[in-house]
Design a protein around this ligand. Structure first.
Ligand code: MLT
Length: 409
C-alpha cells in the first residue's frame, strides 16, 4: 500500500461548505416540502451581464475559425487581460504592471497553492475567524501539528478578530513569515483601515515576512477613502502578494477566472540566505502545474473592465448590497447584534441566547428553513457567531429575514 500524506488526517473536519451541504441535503430529504433558502456559501445568483456574455461568445467564435483558432494560451494569462487588470489597479492608485499579474481559475486555488513556494517550516499567521482554505492548505503541507478541541492547529499563529478589537487583528508577538489578511473580510465583513494595513506592511518589512492579501471582495467597498489594494500602501510592493477574483465581482463563480499579483520586487530567501524572486518561483509553479484559463473566459473577464462592463457589475453589486442592508437592518430590528455587510456581502451576527454556532445553524434550518454558515467553521473565535450571505434573489432574502424575525429569538 502506498503511504498517504498523513497531514491530511490532521484536518479537523470536512471542508466547511460541503459539510453544510450534507446537513442541508439530509434536512431536505427528511422534509421534502420545506422551501429552504440558502444564504450559506457565498455563491452568486444573478446572471452574467450581456456585455460579458457577448465577449465570451466572440471568443468562442474565434475558436471556430482556423485563422483565429487558439490552442494552449500563455500560462500567465493573455496579455490583453493582464494589461486590463494592471490598468484597473493603476486606476485605484496601486502600482501593478501587466507582467506581475497571473491569471488563474480562482482565488481559492491561488490562496491555497501559494504556500507551496514557501519553506515547509515557515511560521504562518492567520486571523481567527478565517477563510478555511488558508489554514487547511498549510495543514496539508505539514506546517502544523494536530488540532486541539477548539479546532486550532498547533504551530499556527492565530490572531483573533473580534467585536472587542473591532475586527482589527493585533500584530503577532512572535516572528512569523507568512501573514494571511483578507479585506473586506470573509467572514466578518470588516474592512482593514489604511493605518492598520500600513502597520502590517511595516511589520512585514521589519520581519522579512510576506503578506498574502486576499481582496476578492474589494469591489464591494463603497467608501472611496477605504483601501482596495494593498499596493496603495507605501512599501507593500516589497512584501505583499494580492489575490483577486471575478467570482463575486462579476458573477464568475461557475465561470472561473481570478488573478494574483506577485510584484517583481517581492523577495524571499533561500537556505543560503540569498534573496530569491517570488515572482520567478510562482511563475515556475504555474507554468509547471497550470495551463491557463480558457480563451473565451479571458475575453469575458477583459470585458469586465470596459465602461459597459463596469456599469453592469456595479448594478449587480448594488443589488447584493441592498440585500445586505435588508439583512443587516432586519436582524438588528429583531434585536440581533449584526456586523459587516456595509462594504462586504457578508453579515456576521451574534447567535442569540447562549448557543453555539452549529446549534444556531440547526435552529435556523429546522425552524426557519434558512441556511447560513456557522461562525465556528471559520475558527474558534467565530464560536457563537453566524454568517449570512447577501448573495440571494431579493424575494428570498426578504422572506428569510421575515422568517428569522418571526422566530422571536
Ligand atoms: C464563501 O462562502 O466563503 C465563499 O463562497 C467560498 C469561496 O469563495 O471559496
Amino acid at each position: 500500500m502506498a503511504k498517504i500524506n498523513s497531514n491530511y488526517q490532521k484536518l479537523a473536519a470536512g471542508y466547511l461548505f460541503p459539510e453544510i451541504g450534507r446537513r442541508v441535503s439530509a434536512f431536505t430529504a427528511a422534509n421534502p416540502d420545506a422551501k429552504v433558502i440558502r444564504l450559506g456559501i457565498g455563491d452568486v445568483v444573478l446572471p452574467l451581464p450581456e456585455v460579458i456574455r457577448k465577449a465570451i461568445d466572440a471568443g468562442v467564435e474565434e475558436l471556430g475559425q482556423i485563422s483565429t483558432f487558439k490552442g494552449y494560451g500563455p500560462e500567465q494569462g493573455y496579455e490583453f487581460l493582464r494589461q486590463a487588470i494592471a490598468d484597473h489597479f493603476q486606476s485605484q492608485g496601486a502600482d501593478v504592471a501587466a507582467d506581475e499579474v497571473f491569471v488563474s481559475d480562482g482565488s481559492k486555488c491561488d490562496t491555497g497553492n501559494i504556500q507551496e513556494i514557501f519553506s515547509t517550516d515557515a511560521a504562518v499567521a492567520v486571523t481567527d475567524p478565517v477563510y478555511p482554505v488558508y489554514v487547511d492548505t498549510n495543514v496539508m503541507a505539514g506546517r502544523t501539528g494536530a488540532a486541539d478541541a477548539s479546532g486550532r492547529y498547533e504551530g499556527l499563529v492565530y490572531m483573533p478578530c473580534t467585536v472587542e478589537n473591532g475586527f482589527d487583528p493585533e500584530l503577532p508577538s512572535e516572528h512569523v513569515d507568512l501573514i494571511y489578511l483578507c479585506s473586506p473580510n470573509n467572514p466578518t465583513g470588516a474592512v482593514l483601515s489604511r493605518e492598520a494595513l500600513q502597520k502590517w506592511v511595516d511589520y512585514a518589512k521589519a520581519n522579512e515576512a510576506i503578506i498574502l492579501f486576499d481582496s476578492a471582495y474589494e469591489a464591494y467597498i463603497s467608501d472611496p477613502s477605504l483601501v482596495r489594494s494593498i499596493y496603495e500602501i507605501p512599501g507593500a510592493r516589497d512584501v505583499a502578494i494580492e489575490f483577486r477574483s471575478f467570482s463575486k465581482t462579476a458573477g464568475f463563480t461557475g465561470v472561473r477566472c481570478a488573478y494574483t499579483v506577485v510584484p517583481k520586487t517581492v523577495m524571499g530567501r533561500n537556505e543560503s540566505g540569498e534573496l530569491v524572486s517570488l515572482h520567478t518561483l510562482w511563475s515556475r509553479r504555474q507554468t509547471t502545474k497550470f495551463n491557463g484559463v480558457s480563451y473565451p473566459i479571458q475575453k469575458g473577464a477583459a470585458a469586465v473592465f470596459t465602461p459597459e462592463g463596469q456599469a453592469a457589475i456595479k448594478e449587480t453589486i448594488a443589488y447584493y448590497m441592498e440585500n445586505a442592508r435588508l439583512i443587516r437592518e432586519g436582524l438588528a430590528e429583531a434585536g440581533i447584534a449584526v456586523y459587516g455587510g456595509v462594504h462586504a456581502p457578508y453579515i456576521w451576527l451574534r447567535a442569540p441566547g447562549n448557543i453555539t454556532s452549529w446549534e444556531f445553524f440547526d435552529l435556523l434550518l429546522s425552524k426557519a428553513h434558512v441556511v447560513g454558515t456557522p461562525g465556528s467553521g471559520f475558527g474558534s473565535s467565530g464560536e457563537g457567531y453566524f454568517r449570512l450571505s447577501a448573495f440571494g434573489v431579493r424575494e428570498n432574502v426578504v422572506e428569510a429575514v421575515n422568517r428569522i424575525k418571526a422566530l422571536k429569538l
